[in-house]
Ligand binder design. Structure first.
Ligand SMILES: [Zn+2]
Length: 1100
């Protein structure tokens, strides 16, 4: 549970599946390709750490600082929160009142008397309010029933009668989170908003949807979201369609997912975790409507639900609102027994082995993956045991220097780690670890290495320094509780659910002070022993262990496609003529239903905000810029916030413009070396330990962003030839540890050990492996990066540092490192020398700090001496002003881009069962005015037309578009798409659709308002303190004025139907449109038959 609340920040649970996109952050990962990230065509400052939480030594002392900020809060607020514990309601009985002091959360657990529902009401000061309904939904087979129902529930209900109220909410609410997830044993429906009226609107729609969905009355929903047979012409073959069907085909195309799923099955042979709640594409078509309805009636009953509220809204109103939905149900205790998750006994007397296969492409090297998996417990764990496990997991795998991770990577037996260590979000905890990219003959060597390492650990234990480092890392993050844009209340809910779902106390699960103290006491008296005992009991001597090996198959992809074809054709043969007519009829009925607009009456059932509910002012965050601070030559940027809990968030940016373009592709690996290979007197393990013991984490990344030229008119599209290009070292620490943070920054910058050939090869191989799997899992983003590179220099730089070209670079660097290491080392050393040029480097340095006043004051002397010790001459030359001059990479980049731009249709082949289809161009040419309304229209297109045509009708998991007002770049993208050329046709018809919509909107002010509200919602997300600082920093570095932002907001609010028309005209004439698609060889061959030709390239 402890690691689970922390990991939420980076990935959410590995085992969960969401209704759209990957269930991360408020704007889910799909959105990451659109909205804000494309305003600055660059990677923003990296505040996301793989394991984002580290913290320092003098535990008790620092602790008091973090607590002090909490105590600073007015007593009044605390009083108000405490009062919420007195609230009662006649329809509910109180089961428990509790205060989780760790998070200032005042909790009441109620039981709704009539229906038996449990409701946890959490009052905090957070205005980002969260609501969730969680149901225990253990599946019994691989039909994906729980997952398909999760999707389907959101497609209309008794009170809210549109086809897709969920999409309506996506389009036009201020939600900060709106999604649903399926776990192996539960289904969660979650909404969040900072606006109270909006919040209650969202809750009403979700509550009605869960208990009274259209899906259990109308089989069309199952057909659309789950599976159906499609046929439009009797001569054509039958086709399987369905959103979840294709979503899961995408999942089953990824070797990483295959390994993980199979690993889970292998250690839970007897209980519900043995089946895939997401659904196996070969089994999904077996799901019948009767089973589907039955599953809903069995598990979607209030007695089997856990309802959650958190935030600063009124408790009585929460109870009142839910009573309206609950009171029509009578308690059904049998659903509780029916849904209870059985414990999987640790019953293996010897380790088990299985071999599974993954589809490997033509020229792809035939490597194997494996994962060793342990079932850790078959009885409940104590809070102390859970925390100890979390720390142990960090000791073994938390950083690249952790013993198990390091040993595996340094063995050279494989390319990247699999399994990810501890996973404890379900009833029982598991530990999985292994390697991918392993030669066939080395599989058993990897197995031996893992087991030997664990045995050694159980005998020799960990050093005091290692333990302090890991413990502090976990503690820092527990206290900071920084969930980024992910609502804190949701993190809290998911944390409580790890106990509540299994009928234990929801609030006990969140308290960490007591077990933390127990663990510290235990370590103080007997050192490493508690960890050694645990390794011995749960891993070394635990025979309930499996090894899953994933072997390559060159024929699997074809076999799967053939199987599906055979299955479909035998179905077709078995059908009579009239059966076929019936399928054609149903196909047409479904399409007609999907393409029909909701009636105004139906639409009126969905509660919505009005334009007058929106804030007119664009939010700005504090910023103060001090050039040449203390005559250091360095610019310091500060963001003074009300509270950062005693923590300083600091970034140091160092200019890269003196590098030649040829060296730019080396930067991603160079930034890794800065952190991973040790620096100065520290070897890699010592450096990692220092970071863990004294700071809250350090990361190194690249920031390359196009900027507005000085004095430029920000309302017109920019050329992107003025750029800022920096290496950024970011970290966080409490103010008393700031000296250490600065010292480490300086060491990593000037004295990183670049000369480790083995480490460089290891990092390169890991990068190759990561890039290849991302092409398979997120082909849309590969396609988008490629297309951007054809139009804008910033896009080109992204491509050569993270796209397909970068993958090729990595492959050639692996060869160079192995064949001529001195040459590569020389390049790295020169790169550093060039960046740290004595004369100019100070002028290109920026230090960005976010903190509360006390923090900023306290760290001032440390900052002064840090500035003193930085490399470079304080009174050296001024760097070229890139807000005036074109960036030096631009001329050469444009030459090389010419080659890319001549490609108008590229196809990238990967082994997969689905496609990722992209088409792009410049909607606005350089110097053309970009109105704020363009953001409304592009969002409208994404959540309306593309959602309906690519996802709902096309059967893809996602269909969307991205638009950058800065560069004018516009792209269409699809995600896990069963179609290829048909999707391109959908894109091509978008402009005409918008033209017709413009006419409709003239007489439909509400639909227009919906589009505007949603766009404003995107601008007003909930931010953590460090995000407020980094947002304002980004705005500053791209040279965007507050007046411009306000003007854009005003224009968004004033969007008219004619703006849709104008946008449509532009889309029609999209400048130099081009296409990039990631898909299988077979799909490209099929497309060629339909007249779509591509220049084909193998990615692997
Ligand atoms: Zn899904």
């Amino acid at each position: 549970m402890y690691t689970r609340i922390l990991r939420i920040n980076s990935l959410v649970a590995t085992t969960m599946i969401a209704v759209f996109g990957i269930a991360s952050r408020g704007r889910s990962a799909l959105w990451a390709v659109s909205a804000f990230s494309s305003v600055t065509p660059a990677k923003p400052k990296q505040h996301i750490f793989a394991r984002p939480f580290q913290r320092g030594g003098a535990i008790q002392r620092e602790l008091s600082i973090l607590r002090a900020s909490v105590a600073d809060d007015t007593e009044l607020a605390t009083d108000k929160l405490a009062k919420t514990l007195e609230v009662t309601h006649p329809a509910y009985e109180v089961l428990k009142r509790d205060v989780v002091t760790e998070y200032g959360a005042y909790c009441s657990l109620f039981r709704h008397k009539k229906s038996g529902a449990q409701l946890l009401s959490v009052s905090t000061e957070d205005d980002n309010k969260v609501f969730g309904i969680t149901l225990r939904t253990p599946p019994e087979d691989g039909t994906g029933i729980a997952h398909i129902l999760e999707h389907s529930v959101l497609c209309g209900s008794r009170k809210y009668t549109t086809k897709d109220p969920f999409v309506h909410l996506l389009k036009g609410s201020l939600q900060t989170f709106l999604n649903a997830f399926t776990y192996p044993d539960r289904t969660c429906y979650v909404v969040a908003s900072q606006n109270t009226k909006d919040f209650y609107n969202l809750i009403n729609v979700y509550a009605d949807a869960v208990f009274h969905p259209r899906a259990i009355k109308d089989p069309m929903v199952l057909a659309q979201e789950g599976h159906h047979l499609e046929l439009q012409d009797k001569e054509e073959p039958l086709v399987y369609k369905g959103v979840v069907y294709n979503e899961m085909k995408g999942v089953y195309s990824s070797p990483d997912s295959l390994l993980m799923r199979s690993a889970q099955r292998s250690i839970f042979p007897d209980n519900t975790y043995a089946v895939d709640s997401g659904g196996d594409p070969t089994v999904i078509p077996n799901l019948t409507f009767d089973q589907f309805v039955d599953f809903h009636s069995r598990f979607y009953h209030p007695s089997n639900s856990r309802i959650y509220f958190s935030g600063d809204d009124d408790v009585l109103q929460r109870l009142e609102l839910m009573d309206e939905y609950l009171r029509e149900f009578d308690a059904a205790p049998e659903t509780v027994d029916d849904s209870r998750i059985e414990w999987q006994p640790k019953r293996y007397t010897e380790p088990q082995r299985t071999v599974e296969y993954y589809p490997a492409g033509g020229d792809q090297p035939e490597t194997h993956s494996l994962s060793i998996n342990w079932l850790l417990n078959d009885r409940p764990l104590s809070a102390l045991e859970e925390l100890t496990l979390g720390v142990l997991d960090h000791l073994l795998t938390g950083t690249t220097s952790s013993v198990l991770r390091k040993t595996l990577m340094e063995s050279g037996l494989g390319d990247a780690i699999t399994g990810g260590g501890l996973s404890d979000e379900l009833l029982q905890a598991v530990f999985m670890i292994g390697l991918k990219g392993v030669a066939k003959d080395d599989v058993s060597k990897v197995e031996d290495l893992i087991l030997d390492t664990l045995r050694k650990v159980s005998e020799e234990g960990f050093t005091e320094d290692d333990i302090a480092s890991s413990l502090n890392t976990i503690e820092f993050s527990l206290r900071e509780f920084n969930t980024g844009s992910f609502p804190k209340g949701l993190s809290f809910m998911l944390g409580s659910m790890s106990k509540w779902l299994y009928e234990e106390s929801p609030t006990d699960a969140l308290k960490f002070e007591e077990p933390l103290q127990q663990l510290k006491d235990e370590i103080a008296t007997s050192g490493s022993k508690i960890f050694q005992d645990m390794v011995k009991e749960m891993l070394v001597e635990n025979m309930h262990r499996t090894t899953v090996e994933l072997a390559p198959s060159k024929t699997l992809e074809e076999e799967q496609a053939e199987d599906e074809k055979r299955r479909l054709s035998s179905i077709k043969e078995s059908l009579s003529d009239s059966d076929l007519d019936k399928i054609i009829d149903e196909t047409n009925k479904l399409l007609a239903l999907q393409s029909a607009d909701d009636s105004p009456e139906d639409r009126a059932t969905i509660p919505s905000l009005e334009l007058s509910d929106l804030k007119r002012e664009q939010a700005e965050y504090p910023i103060a810029v001090s050039e040449n601070e203390n005559n250091s030559g360095v610019t310091v940027v500060r963001h003074e916030l009300v509270s950062t809990s005693g923590i300083a968030y600091v970034s140091l940016a160092v200019d890269l413009s003196s590098l030649s373009l040829d060296d730019v592709p080396l930067l991603p690996i160079f930034t890794k070396l800065m952190k991973e290979t040790g620096a100065g007197d520290y070897d890699s393990v010592q450096l990692s330990r220092e970071i863990g013991t004294h700071t809250g984490g350090i990361s190194v990344g690249l920031m390359t962003t196009a900027v507005y030229p000085r004095g430029a008119d920000e309302s017109v599209s920019a050329s992107g030839e003025n750029m800022q290009t920096k290496i950024v070292i970011s970290g966080k620490a409490t103010s008393e540890k700031i000296d250490k943070l600065f010292l480490l920054f300086n060491l990593m910058l000037t004295d990183a050990r670049l000369d480790s050939k083995a480490k460089v090869v290891e990092l390169l191989k890991e990068s190759r492996s990561r890039l290849e799997s991302s092409a398979q899992r997120s082909g849309h983003s590969v396609a988008n990066t490629r297309m951007k590179a054809r139009y804008r220099v910033g896009g080109y730089v992204d491509e050569i540092t993270g796209g397909v070209s970068y993958l090729n670079t990595v492959k050639s660097l692996i060869k160079l490192a192995e064949d001529d290491w001195p040459a590569l080392l020389n390049r790295f050393e020169n790169l550093r020398k060039t960046i740290l040029n004595e004369r100019t480097c100070r002028s290109g340095m920026l230090v960005d700090i976010t903190g509360e006043k006390k923090v900023l004051d306290t760290i001032k002397p440390s900052l002064d001496s840090f500035l003193d010790t930085l490399p470079g001459d304080a009174s050296g030359e001024k760097l070229t002003d890139f807000y005036k001059e074109v960036h030096p990479w631009v001329p050469e980049a444009k030459k090389r881009m010419a080659e890319l731009s001549s490609e108008t249709s590229e196809g990238f082949i990967v082994p997969t069962q689905v496609s990722y289809v992209g088409k792009a161009g410049l909607l606005f040419k350089e110097g053309e005015r970009v109105p704020g309304s363009a953001q409304v229209v592009s969002r409208f297109l994404r959540t309306g037309y593309l959602w309906d045509h690519v996802r709902v009708m096309g059967g893809a998991y996602g269909g969307f578009c991205t638009f950058s007002p800065f560069s004018g770049f516009f792209s269409f993208l699809s995600y896990r798409d069963p179609n290829l050329h048909k999707t391109l046709d959908v894109y091509d018809a978008a402009a005409d659709y918008l033209l017709s919509v413009a006419d409709t909107l003239e007489n439909d002010p509400e639909a227009l308002a919906t589009a505007i509200i949603g766009t404003i919602g995107d601008l007003d997300g909930a931010l953590s303190p460090d995000q407020k600082g980094s947002t304002q920093f980004q705005r500053w570095i791209i040279n965007e004025s507050p007046e411009h932002r306000q003007r854009i907001r005003d224009e968004i609010l004033a969007t008219k139907p004619s703006d849709f028309r104008e946008f449509a005209e532009r889309l029609k004439k999209l400048s130099n449109p081009s296409i990039a698609v990631v898909s299988s060889k077979a799909a490209f061959e099929e497309a060629a038959k339909n007249g779509k030709k591509f220049t084909l390239k193998e990615i692997f």
